[in-house]
Write a protein that binds this ligand. Structure first.
Ligand SMILES: Nc1ncnc2c1ncn2[C@@H]1O[C@H](COP(=O)(O)OP(=O)(O)OP(=O)(O)O)[C@@H](O)[C@H]1O
Ligand SMILES: [Mg+2]
Length: 455
């Protein structure tokens, strides 16, 4: 017997209950009046499946994610012939999408079978033949089951049809993270993004630092509304697709799109985990490389709260790390920063995350003595067991000049030591982008008069 909780708008509530109640092996255990009741009822373990309607107030991505994380199978109902509601339900990630006038046996099968591949006889689903087997796609919608049915979009995003299924593995997500003390996460993220874009790759730079987002300022985008808040808001409402993401993540230089960050740290509750995850999933289809500038803190604070649905301070960082294919762990090159870095790597090992690639920034003899790379490499090997470390020299002239100009180091100081070191990092991350000019030794006399300092 499948126990079902329903949460539907007044428009459909009675009709759907009347349709479902007589069905065999299905019992409605609670008819919830609103989203709050639905969330609290399922939190107590009641309900194998939930039936929700697209027009239920406050139904969003976070609610659906909470239900699914509790193992509740979610069936979403939309008004007949309402494509907008149907699309919204798919983007919210419900398990099955049906029109609200689906026959009782079909609805009962949907709540009972809990199968990602089902045959729904007699229900028209635009874009697929009647009675064909269907499967959930990466965006929570249906696609024909079988290999090769999800296609990667190509060409300019403005030409894309929002209905094109997303290819969940097209873009590579790199999270740039590191301990507190401003080791250079933003500098590495921005410069690496600009470097990969200069090599002909499409890049989306995401400012997910909810403590001190500053990518917009670093790139001179002072009038930008926070793109990440807009994208997450759209994701929460089930309105985020490739086109709407591209709209809030404008191209600032050729091939480099930016999703700007929150201008104030107290707006952090606007970035919820499920929404950011959806943003990053769609981002993979928008750019070949998605580079996230993360905040430092990994503390999980839900143990301090009885309300497990409450926003968590660091969920944007934890989600970014969990989604990332690779984490660039950035540390500073002085004794205090190095000690923090070693501790931070231990902390990173305690949370779900992609494999870390250690990057030591601002390498300079004045902070650790002669031959700083060899010294730092030896101590990181000894204290953290790290053998492959990337080094980026201290280059205040290039970094400051670029900041002052509001441009990336790649644009503003292309021959600087800083740019060349990030170029080597880009080659290590994406070997197919390597080019001769980037591997060249940096010249001391920069074209723009920026004289680099080598570490
Ligand atoms: N290799 C470098 N050489 C010289 N200056 C650098 C280098 N890397 C970063 N900086 C400078 O160090 C400062 C801090 O860098 P950045 O903002 O990238 O750090 P962060 O880790 O993002 O800090 P936050 O904690 O504020 O997010 C900036 O002024 C930046 O220009
Ligand atoms: Mg930063």
């Amino acid at each position: 017997m499948t126990s079902v909780v329903t949460a539907l708008s007044h428009r459909w509530e009675a009709a759907v209950a009347a349709c479902l109640e007589p069905m065999p092996n299905v019992t409605i255990v609670r008819r919830c009046a609103d989203v709050a009741e639905l969330v609290s009822v399922t939190a107590t373990g009641l309900g194998d499946s939930a039936v929700v309607s697209a027009d239920l107030r406050q139904l969003d991505l976070t609610v659906i994610a909470a239900l699914r994380s509790r193992g509740v199978w979610v069936v979403g109902l939309h008004a007949p012939d309402n494509d907008g509601e149907e699309r919204r339900l798919r983007q919210l990630g419900v398990d099955v999408v049906l029109p609200v006038d689906a026959p009782g046996p079909v609805l009962a099968a949907a709540v009972r079978d809990r199968s990602p591949v089902v045959t729904v006889p007699g229900v028209a689903d635009p874009g697929r033949p009647q009675d064909a087997p269907v499967a959930r796609d990466g965006a929570g919608g249906w696609r024909p089951a079988g290999p090769g049915s999800a296609t990667a979009p190509e060409g300019r995003v403005d030409d894309l049809d929002a209905e094109v299924p997303l290819d969940p593995i097209s873009g590579r997500v790199l999270a740039v993270w590191g301990p507190p003390g401003a080791p250079g996460r933003t500098t590495v993220a921005v410069t690496l993004a600009a470097e990969l874009a200069s090599r002909g790759r499409s890049v989306l730079l995401v400012d997910a630092d909810t403590y001190g987002g500053c990518v917009a300022q670093v790139l001179g985008l002072l009038d930008e509304a926070p793109g990440i808040a807009a994208a997450c808001r759209a994701a929460e409402h089930g309105d985020l697709d490739l086109i709407s993401l591209a709209r809030v993540a404008p191209e600032v230089t050729p091939r480099l799109r930016v999703l700007t960050g929150l201008p104030r740290a107290d707006r952090w509750p606007e970035i919820r985990s499920a929404a950011l995850e959806r943003v990053l999933t769609v981002s993979r289809s928008l750019a070949e490389y998605v580079i996230i500038d993360c905040a430092f803190c990994l503390e999980e604070d839900e143990e301090l709260s009885y309300d497990t649905e409450a926003p968590r301070r660091n969920e944007s960082t934890l989600t970014s790390l969990a989604v990332a294919d690779e984490v660039l762990a950035v540390g500073g090159a002085d004794p205090v920063a190095l000690q923090r870095f070693v501790r931070a790597l231990q902390e990173l090992g305690g949370v779900p995350s992609g494999p870390p690639r250690p990057v030591i920034n601002r390498t300079r003899p004045s902070a650790v003595g002669g031959e700083p790379r060899a010294r730092i490499a030896a101590s990181l090997e000894r204290f953290a067991g790290l053998s492959a470390v990337h080094f980026i020299p201290d280059d205040p002239a290039a970094a400051d000049a670029a900041l002052l100009a509001g441009r990336s180091v790649v644009e503003h100081a292309p021959d600087s030591a800083l740019r060349h070191a990030i170029g080597e990092l880009a080659t290590a991350i994406a070997p197919d982008t390597a080019r001769r000019s980037v591997r060249r030794r940096p010249s001391w006399r920069s074209r723009r008069g920026v004289r680099p300092t080598h570490g």
